[in-house]
Design a protein around this ligand. Structure first.
Ligand SMILES: [Zn+2]
Length: 287
């Protein structure tokens, strides 16, 4: 079976495609009866491009499921293009979907004129605004199995991290797992205003323990990586959490905490403002 568009076979009938806008990755798992798509890009137009790329691969089976790794628009707005497929995601993706879609559309409307930064154009943003986002039809709480005929795909939640609804999508027999934005290869992990920096590293520990050491990990952005890469990024996220906790416990005011360099921090400080805000809020709530 040959890939089309950007799709490359990374394991037996498991494909990964990287698209330039937002450098987002799309997965495709093909079984004897059906195929499953992981994430669908940032608009209906972009989703249709994925649909057509997959169509050119002549799979011989229909795409019956679309799985969203998490709620963010760059992974979900293309769902609309997969009309006949069932969309599956964590239950908190369903709960947050409309609010999050409206939030991103507001933000995009505000900075339509900004210089494209992540490989997208003003037209890509217009396509995003023109999309009527489609959330999940079926939700996952802890675990969910999809039968594709001669193989199964296992979905599981293991705790909060990049968001409160990140799931892994594992193809156990072929030792491949999609982790969405819990792992990024082409940029530091995104610690946004809906992230859980204090929970993230332990969540990765649980995912790693479940999939074993010999696994190929497909990130939400960038090239597939191995378990050693995931452990390194896990350690970096643990270091971020440690600095946040130390400063909170030490009574350092949030504004100061967000601005003070620390040799333990593995990522540029300006990308960690949300992490400190979120970590402080969680620490206060748990105190
Ligand atoms: Zn994300």
């Amino acid at each position: 079976m040959r890939g089309a568009g950007p799709f490359v076979e990374v394991a037996d009938r498991v494909f990964h495609g990287r698209y330039p806008q937002w450098d987002v990755g799309v997965g495709l798992v093909v079984g004897s009866e059906a195929a499953l798509v992981v994430d669908t890009r940032a608009s209906e137009v972009q989703g249709r491009e994925v649909f057509e790329d997959i169509g050119r691969m002549r799979l011989g089976v229909p795409v019956t499921r679309v799985v969203s790794t998490h709620v963010h628009f760059d992974h979900t707005f293309g769902n609309r293009a997969f009309e006949t497929a069932t969309v599956i995601a964590h239950e908190r993706v369903a709960a947050m979907f409309v609010t999050d879609a409206e939030r991103i559309k507001r933000r995009v409307r505000d900075d339509l004129a900004d210089a494209p930064e992540y490989g997208y154009t003003v037209q890509d943003l217009q396509d995003l605004l023109d999309t009527e986002p489609r959330g999940p039809d079926v939700t996952v709480e802890e675990r969910y199995t999809v039968d594709l005929g001669d193989r199964v795909v296992e979905l599981a939640f293991a705790g909060r991290g990049h968001t409160d609804g990140d799931i892994r999508i594992a193809v156990p027999h072929d030792k491949v797992v999609f982790l969405g934005d819990l792992i990024e290869e082409s940029a530091p992990p995104s610690l946004g205003g809906d992230s859980w920096p204090l929970d993230w590293a332990p969540t990765l520990d649980r995912h790693l323990a479940a999939v074993g050491p010999e696994v190929l990990v497909v990130p939400g952005h960038g090239r597939p990586v191995d378990a050693a890469f995931v452990r390194r990024q896990r350690d970096e996220l643990a270091a971020v959490a440690a600095v946040i906790r130390d400063r909170y416990v030490g009574g350092i005011p949030l504004l100061q905490a967000r601005q003070e360099p620390d040799g333990r921090l593995p990522y540029p400080l300006e990308g960690l403002a949300n992490a400190f805000t979120r970590g402080y809020a969680q620490s206060a709530a748990e105190a």
